[in-house]
Design a protein around this ligand. Structure first.
Ligand SMILES: Nc1ncnc2c1ncn2[C@@H]1O[C@H](COP(=O)(O)OP(=O)(O)OP(=O)(O)O)[C@@H](O)[C@H]1O
Ligand SMILES: [Mg+2]
Length: 141
């Protein structure tokens, strides 16, 4: 782990996710933190939307999990990182899950691909029986 990552971890906020109320709380927390960092109003909407989609997936597919919110600095660039992780069933075919319209839950199948489009960086790690971790970053400029 590099020094800048350690700095990000120091600021980390962790929100347990297991209900719709938790999603609302996490969304408010993310919005508040991102606002403090100086993100524009439109980016606050982007961050809150991404957060909601990732948290909704936790509740829907894994029942429970957690969201970690942190700031990140790279040179003079500042960013906001959302990590959503659970130890639920995992995703067998990530490539498929990332396609628009693919849903095993009767949804629109836009949560993951939409979040990837909204954020600047997006990584997903998942496997059957291994849970799911998504890391999504928005840079300020
Ligand atoms: N945390 C997770 N654990 C297990 N499977 C997941 C998880 N998140 C997503 N998936 C799988 O990936 C698929 C696509 O997720 P995505 O969020 O894009 O769409 P959706 O949740 O089905 O519908 P929408 O988000 O549009 O309401 C899901 O249908 C589900 O099969
Ligand atoms: Mg979804």
């Amino acid at each position: 782990m590099k020094a800048k990552d350690l700095a990000a971890v120091a600021d980390e906020v962790r929100v347990m996710i297991q209900s719709d109320a938790d999603i609302v709380l996490a969304r408010q927390q993310a919005r508040g933190l991102a606002k403090e960092l100086g993100f524009s109003a439109s980016n606050l909407v982007v961050i809150a939307t991404a957060l909601s989609e990732l948290a909704r997936n936790i509740v829907q597919y894994a029942q429970c999990g957690e969201i970690l919110l942190s700031r990140i600095e790279h040179g003079n660039r500042r960013g906001f990182v959302i990590i959503a992780r659970d130890q639920g069933p995992g995703i067998a075919d990530i490539e498929r899950a990332m396609q628009d319209g693919y849903s095993t839950g009767g949804g629109l199948g836009l949560g993951l691909p939409g979040t990837k489009r909204l954020m600047d960086e997006f990584e997903i790690t998942s496997g059957v029986g291994q849970g799911t971790t998504v890391r999504a970053t928005k840079w300020m400029r």
